[in-house]
Structure formats: C-alpha cells, structure tokens
Design a protein around this ligand. Sequence first.
Ligand code: PMP
Length: 445
Amino acid sequence: MTFLPNSVEARDIAYQLHPLVDLQNYGKTGALVIERGEGVYVFDNTGKRYIEGLAGLWSVAVGFGEMRLSDVAKAQMDKLPYYHVFAHKTHGPSVDLAEKLIQMAPVPMSKVHFTSSGSEANDLVVKLIWYRANALGRPEKKKIIGRVKGYHGVTIAAGSITGLARNHASFDLPLDRMRHVSCPDHAGMALPGESEIEFSRRMAAELEALILAEGPETVAAFFGEPVMASGGVYVPPEGYWQEIQAVLRKYDVLLVADEVICGFGRTGEMFGCQTFGIEPDVMVLSKQISSSYMPLSAILMTEGFYAPVAEESARIGTFGHGFTASGHPVATAVGLENIRIIEERDLVGNCRRRSPRFLARLAELAAHPKAKAWRGIGLIGAVELKPWQQAGAAGAAFQAAAMAEGVIARAIGDTLCFCPPLIISAEEIEAMFDAVARALDAISE
Ligand code: PMP
C-alpha cells in the first residue's frame, strides 16, 4: 500500500517500531490509525466506527471518553503532576489507591507496590521472590514455574515465565531458572473419556512430578493467570485451581496470581481469584486498574511474603529497588477514580448480566462449519477456527473480515478473542456478534 507523504500512516512506517509485527514487511500494510473513542466504540481517521471488541488490549473497562477520568487527571496535573515515593517521600494519590486495593483484596494483603506495566510488575515479583529466598536462608529455592501459553509480559524475567515461543525466540529466553507446565486446555488435550476433574488431577500430577524432579528445595513459585488470556483464552477446567494449590502448599511453593486481565471484574467477580477460589501469596494488577487511561500496575503481597523482604532490607541497610514512576500521582489518582466508577456503576454486575448472551453468541459462532470450538467466562471469550493450509491464516482472515464489518477483535493463531469494555450493553453485544457472524460467512465463501 502507498500512503500520502507526510500522512500519519507514512510517518508511522518511517519512524515507529511496532510490537508483534514482521518488522521488515510492516511497511507493506502499515497501520490502522485510530483517532478517537466513545463508549465501546473507536473511530479511525476516515471516520469509520468500530466496536472495540478487545477493549484496547483487554483493558478499557469503563469504555472510551470517560470524562471523570480526564477531569481527575487534569486536576492532579494542575496540583502535583509528579512526585515520587523514594526514601521517605510520599503523596496522597498513591496512599489512597494503596489503601483501597488492600481493602478490596480477596485475601488479606499487607503491602502494595506500584509499577507502570504488567511486565514490570511480574519482573519485580521475581526479584522479590529471589530476595526473599536469600532472606530466608534458602538461596537454592529460586526456580519459577509458568505454563505453556501463559502470558506474563515481555521483560527478561516476565518474558521467561511467559510460555509462548514467539516471545522467547532469538531473545535468549527463557532464563535458566524458569520452567513450564502444560496449558490446562481440557477441550484440546483431554485423553479419550477424561473428565474435567480427572484432567485437572493429571495437570496437578504433572506439576508435582516437575517439582520433585527439580527438587522441592529449588522451586520458589508458580505464576498463573486465573483465566489464561493472551495465549488464546483458556478457562481452567473444574477443580484445576484447587488441585494445583494443594500441590503448591505441599512443597511450600508460592502462588502468584497474575490478575492483569482478570482483575476488576472481567470474570464476573471483582477478581479472578474469587471466581476460582485462588488464595495467592502475591497478586499482580494492571490494565483495568486504570482502564489503561494511564500506565499503572500494582503488586499486592501478604504479610508472610512481605516480612522476610523487610528483614532483608534492614540487614542490607536499604531496599535497593525503585522506579521513578512508581505510584505516579496522576496514574494513581486516575486508578482510584476508575475503580470508583467500576463500583458505582456496578460494572462487575453488568459483566455477570451480559455474560450469558456473550457466551451464547460465542457458542453460535462455534457451530459454524468453519469453526472448531469456543471458550469463555464472564466477558472474555474466544472462537477457534478450523485451520486452513497455513496455521494462523484462518485467524488472520477472520480478524480482517471482522474489522471490515466494524469490529476489532484479536486473532491469536486461529483463535479470535473477545474482551469488550465492561460497560457494553445488551444491544452492543448483539451488534458485535451479528457483525462477526457476517465476517465468518464472508471468509467461508
Ligand atoms: N500479565 C498478563 C496476564 C497480561 O495479559 C499482560 C499483557 N497482556 C501482562 C502481564 C503484561 O503487561 P504489559 O503489557 O503492561 O507489560
């Protein structure tokens, strides 16, 4: 495609390096330029309207154009646009949000530390786990277990826990302390006649065998998303988290719940941990914490996790860690107002009310001759297509056809994923899936 010189499209190709593209061939297609947003819709630079079926990157819970958030940001910018929380300094917005998160947490949590992205937060959790192991006089207990198709970010440690080959290849990842167990995909991986609970027990047995093979004295933590999202949306089968947690407790292995996508209502409860009865030692939050209006993430830790970290910092003389933007006043002020909106408008309840039709429409799509399966819970779900000759081609075509019909959704391989803003109405759900059904017919011709 050729673009007018000096157009956004042409300058984008000239100057910007984009994630998740073939960089060398990026210029052949370029980018869709999104100019503005309103509710569940975004508009491109030709004025075409799209339903944002993935809420940006699984994150814009309150929808686009929420003026309460821009008003709070402006007021905080005017009053104190920046201050830090290093070395005996603090400010109100970071304290207010930390207190709110501790009050909301589904299990008793003791301390909050703010970061700016999910990757940064997960990377820091790994550092804290290693620091804590040294504090406890167990310097060997530092291995981390993630899952195939799990996603925890792209920084060096978080990217290593991520279980996706494309995020490892040629980056010299994963780090050698990282291990992976299977993705809990019952529909795709069950043995003939194996029930969900039997499958969950097999997944737990695999985890136990890995811990025993490595030596329990070397395994520190297990990282998991309550519902795996960026790997293709995998809802855990019956009993999965109960079985996994029993193994972790048996071998004194910490559980880190990566709630970056599930947190703040996505699964029909405020946190995915509540939906699945997960009792984590550490929770990682981001995305819907601020509806991505500002970069923000948070790590919540139990007192049992925190206490040895505090003791170690006293021994060393200081806690030798900190980010310039940690607890950023504009980000935390926006985060708190965003959570107030989620609560006042009962967006978690809206997720529960909209979910049955959302899931029913996914099931309808999956009945199409070109489709293979659907998965989902709350307002997160996916439809998997039967593969064409080349893996990923069907998914890419489906994504493009949906976009032509005015819906932005995300293809991961041959799976098209949906995760709309939590404000979505009944009518908007029907409109979104009517358009997606037309797209599926169009690529089937
Ligand atoms: N954890 C999970 C579960 C995620 O879905 C993501 C992002 N999709 C991350 C971590 C990484 O977050 P970020 O892109 O903000 O670094």
